[in-house]
Every structure is written in C-alpha cells, then in structure tokens.
Design a protein around this ligand. Sequence first.
Ligand code: 5AD
Ligand code: SF4
Length: 462
Amino acid sequence: MEPKFVSPSVIEASNRAAARVRERLGGAKPRYYIETYGCQMNEHDSETFAGQLTQMGYVPAASKQEADLIMFNTCCIREHAELRTFGNVGFVKELKEQNPALITVVCGCMMQQKGVARRLAQRFPFVDMVLGTNELAQFPQFLERVMDGERVLEIKDTDGEIPEGLPIKRNEGFSTFVNIMYGCNNFCSYCIVPYVRGRERSRRAEDIVREVEQAVNDGFTEVTLLGQNVNSYSGFGVTFPELLRMVDKVEGLKRLRFMTSHPKDLSHELVLAMAECKKVCPHIHLPVQSGNNRILALMNRRYTREHYLSLVRDLREFVPWVEITTDIIVGFPTETEEEFEDTVSLVREVGYSAAYSFAYSVREGTKAAAMDGQVPEEVKKSRLQRLNAAINESVVGANDRYIGTRGEILIEGCDRRGEPMMFGKLPSLKMVYVKGDESMIGEYKNVLITGTRFNSLCGEIE
Ligand code: 5AD
Ligand code: SF4
C-alpha cells in the first residue's frame, strides 16, 4: 500500500497559523525549552517542533526556569522512561505558579499509549496541550487555541501519514539526522513502538536527497539516515541500498550513517552498498536482542543466532574495519540461565564495539506482557550485571588492533577532565582522543592511533 502524505493544504494551513501566532506575539520573543526523551526519532521530531516555534517567533531558552513554553517529548520504550517523565512534568507545577503565562506541552510516544494522555491531563491540570505522534503538522493551530484559553488534547488513533515540508531547526553541530521512514511493522513481542508509531511508511527518495542537500548547505557534513528498520525502506520502489547510493552522491557530504538495521532484512546488497559507497561509514547498529534461538522465536525476531552470525561474517568479509554495535534484552519471559549464557557467548563471539543492554520491561498491550514465566527483577538485574561485564571485556579487548593504524576523525569537542584533550570519531564510530585546541572543532583531521584509553583510542594528529 502506498503511504499517505499529510495533504499540502494542511501544511499550508499550518504555515498560516504560524504566521498568525507570530503577528499576535507582536515582536515579543518568548522562549521555548524542549526536553526530549528516548531515541533519535524523538530528537528529530523535537527539531521539527523547534523549527515551527522558530517560525512563530520563539527563541530557545537556556533552562526550563527561563522558558515561556516548555515541551516534553516523551518516550515509552521502557517503564523507566515513563516514570521519569511523570516526575519531570510534575515539577513544572512550581514554575507555573511563578509564571502563570507559562505554556506546557506534552507530546510523543508515551501520549499515544492507551489512556496515558488522559491520565496525565487529569493528574496535571496545568498542562495546556497534549499531542500524539501524528499531530506535528498542526502544532501551530493547537498553540493558537491554547493562546485563546483552550486546553488542547489531540491524539489521533491512526497509522499516521508522512508530513513533508515542515520547518526544522537542527541541533547545533556538524552531524545531523534525516528521517527516511516512520513507524514499524515488526511487532517484536516485547516492543511498544508499532503501537505508538503506527505502520511503516517510507518517504520519497527525492525528498530525502533534498533534505540531505539542505542539511549540507546548512553546514552539516555528517548525516545519519533514521528509521526503526531501515532495511525495509521502500520509497516508491527504491530500496534502502539504492537510497544509500543516491545519498552517497550528495556533494559536500563527508560521512553517511544509518540506523537501525533489523537482522531479518539485512541483505547482501546492503553490505555491498556499504563496501562500495565512499561516504557510507563502516559501522552498523544491528540489534541482536538475544543469542538464544528459543528466546528469539518468542521475541518474534524472525532470525536465528546462526543467521545473525552469518550476517556478521558477511559484513566483516566485505566491509573492511566494520564496527558492529547492538541492543540486548535480558530477562525476557521464561529465559533460563542457560539461555542467558547463550547471549553472553554471542557477545564474546561477535566482539561488538558497543552494546546497549536492557532488562526486559513489561509494556502493557504487547504479546510478551501477557506471557507466563516473567523473570523476577533481581534475576534480571544479576543477568544485566554479568552481561555488562562481558560486554566491557570484549570491547576493551578489541581496541588494541587499532594501534599503529591511521584514520580520519571529525573533531567534536574538548574533554576537560584532567589534561584537556580534543576528541572525535573515526568513520567506524570509534572515539579517538588527541592533543589540539578548540579551533579544530568541526574539522576533519588525519590521525595515527598510538594507544587505547578505556574503551576509546588515543592518537596524534598527523
Ligand atoms: N524492555 C526492554 N528493552 C526494550 N527495548 C525495546 N522494548 C523493550 C522492552 N520492553 C530495547 C530493545 C531495542 C531498544 C531500542 O530498546 O533492545 O532494540
Ligand atoms: Fe520495536 Fe522490533 Fe520494531 Fe525495533 S523492529 S521498533 S524492536 S517492534
């Protein structure tokens, strides 16, 4: 099925509403503060909200205390994220008492969960606007209604559309994100994302290329293409490897990254595109979740340990110096000690350059939440600690092979703990520390790797 786009008339109406708000503010420059939780997808949505607020005449605030509008862009991937959000929204009560004109907005994935938005609105009467994940385009209209004294609660229970042509204010830096698709169709049994982000829909390849060109014009040299499962991108017949080859040609772009890849859809064509495209970095985020086949099946991941390891071999054979990172869940319902050990052994076998590990967190409405055999919290905690020990050992162990090699880093900043050192990443995402000064930030430098430092490298600029 072809994806639906937010109709251009809705985008135009939104631009007109933004212009009206701007006029209404009459040259005043109210300040906004956006607090973003969760993944890069949310970060990216926040950049769109910031773009709209800028269009309306708002300017960024340095802190919540200074803000005239506070927005919480929420996440619900794990319970922890949810608890933190409720706590932080509650804290705004005091600020609202000091500044009754303060506008408070709560949006994002968590609001899309059944009943949560209503519960939040009831518990926090000072919240002025609650939005779901499909309402980005109409934000200026909603803000207008809030300014008229209305309380706005808008959460569409649809699969969502693709909004093209909204303004964006990118976070400062040299590296930025471009969304290539929305939603997810995979229904991994533990995951809430398909319920809160709707079905998968891919943007047109030409719209993506244009956005990358614009980002490069604005001074960004590194772009990460974003999607929940980029390997199933299908932009009116264009596949993900084809899209990579198209974006790779954008003039002025230095580095091209992408995430996240689902192992079930990782094709040899993609491996070849990674190997052949000059700007595509030798790094892949390939969440494995578990090293045990019974658990993988229960998770509905639709690949086996053996298949995953064959992908790793393929990547290593064709993409020189490729670094692989992953996500892992421990304590999935019914996971036994032996099955957990399969995950530990897989971590050792693959040799990840970073692995993000999580204790399984029950998400209401997902298949796994209703499974028998939930694992006690203390068992999850103990497995998480043991897994992290294995991850740290294998990461540190793999760094020595870099000593004596050469590469290029993009200098990102200065680390002032101890003797000040500049730091930046190799294309593979490995962090390198070098001597230098702040004038180098944003520059690409050739380095010789001379040693290791925790799970990073150190080197000399050549
Ligand atoms: N519990 C724990 N971790 C989860 N993730 C997704 N859902 C859950 C859950 N219910 C993890 C997965 C995913 C990452 C973004 O978050 O590892 O890859
Ligand atoms: Fe969640 Fe699985 Fe979709 Fe990733 S692929 S967002 S883990 S359902």
